[in-house]
Design a protein around this ligand. Structure first.
Ligand code: ATP
Ligand code: MG
Ligand code: FE
Length: 329
């Protein structure tokens, strides 16, 4: 099965072609530079840029895949969650393609896509597994058992997502946008134990997350100590986030009795998080899977891989497919 997928849920325009064995192309065009002056993604600007970008990105993805359009068996597209205008551009494009090629279409949940980035790198990965999905808009613990397209939500953030906290704290520290990579860079030369920042909601059986208090704690710290060393604050903040993510994930694994962990989403690009979770898993003899960084951030190959799973179970969409900004499982 050859799948062409379109991803436009936020500020990356991406088109990929994959078959059941490998990625044939995965073209990603990031709008980071465009949104940088605003310190965050401007929805209207993102949607217009997707509209402008998509035809070229599509052309490049098909060329790099070195195949003919009629060799495509399935069209896949992210239909939520994400920015409504941005999603609509991708969904409309994919519907047009499905109609023109006379091939079926599958609407894919962006979060399921993030999880299936792991399957691209580790084809042998099978449920049961517990996925920690950490991204710009989500922080969720998802348990995959019988149906690999319908996980059980075992924990989620009650306020900010982990990536959002990275972005907000980077802004407080004037480290620029996007915040995650900037904080990670600054943290490399900082002391993670210099400032003690709160680790929220670590009660024994609570698998939900909260990061807004941590962000406020950094705000007050900088008010009290305007000349605080930026690298030390970044390192202390990163350590606090990583501590909570690792702690809760291990606790969930224990409670749900799973020994196979998967780390995905944009924040999974963070080296400290990858290392800490890998270390804890190896201590416990758990299997641990984390995709390479380029598959952790938004890309269409992961959407295509999730679409294969949906198609195998007969979960096709039709031309009534619509963008759903708050789509859940
Ligand atoms: P969602 O997937 O929830 O819809 P999104 O698609 O915008 O949101 P992603 O693109 O998956 O989110 O991830 C982007 C987030 O990852 C941003 O918040 C960014 O700061 C964060 N991020 C990227 N690299 C790193 C890193 N090295 N360390 C920490 N955070 C990072
Ligand atoms: Mg993005
Ligand atoms: Fe994402």
């Amino acid at each position: 099965m050859v799948v062409l997928a379109v991803e436009t849920s936020c500020d990356e325009t991406s088109v990929a072609v994959i078959d059941e064995e490998r990625i044939l192309s995965n073209v990603v065009s990031s709008q980071v530079k465009l949104h940088e002056p605003f310190g965050g993604v401007v929805p209207e600007v993102a949607a217009r840029q997707h509209l402008r970008n998509l035809p070229q990105i599509f052309q490049r993805a098909v060329e790099e895949a070195k195949l003919d359009l009629n060799e495509i068996d399935l069209v896949a597209v992210t239909h939520g969650p994400g920015l409504i205008g941005a999603l609509m551009v991708g969904v409309s494009f994919a519907k047009g393609l499905s109609l023109a090629l006379e091939k079926p279409i599958v609407g894919v949940n962006h979060l399921l896509g993030h999880v299936y980035a792991a399957k691209l790198s580790f084809p042998q990965l099978e449920p049961p597994f517990l996925a920690l999905l950490v991204s710009g808009g989500h922080t969720e613990l998802l348990l995959f058992t019988d149906d690999p397209t319908r996980p059980e939500l075992v924990g989620r953030t009650v306020d900010d997502a982990a990536g959002e906290a990275f972005d907000k704290v980077a802004r407080l520290l004037q480290l620029g946008y996007p915040g995650g990579p900037a904080i990670e860079r600054a943290a490399r030369s900082g002391d993670p134990h210099r400032y003690h920042l709160p680790r929220a909601m670590l009660e024994k059986d609570n698998l939900d997350f909260s990061f807004s208090g941590l962000k406020t704690a950094v705000l007050y710290l900088l008010k009290d100590e305007p000349n605080a060393n930026r690298s030390d604050v970044a390192a202390s903040f990163q350590e606090a986030v990583v501590d909570v993510l690792v702690w809760k994930t291990l606790r969930a694994a224990e409670l749900k009795k799973v020994k196979r962990l998967v780390l995905v989403g944009g924040v999974a690009a963070n080296l400290r998080l990858r290392e800490r979770l890998a270390e804890e898993c190896s201590k416990r003899n758990y299997e641990f899977y984390v995709p390479p960084v380029e598959l952790c951030v938004d890309n269409a190959a992961m959407i295509a891989r999730a679409a294969i799973e949906l198609a195998r179970r007969g979960k096709f969409s039709d031309l009534s497919l619509n963008a759903v900004p708050y789509l859940s499982f």
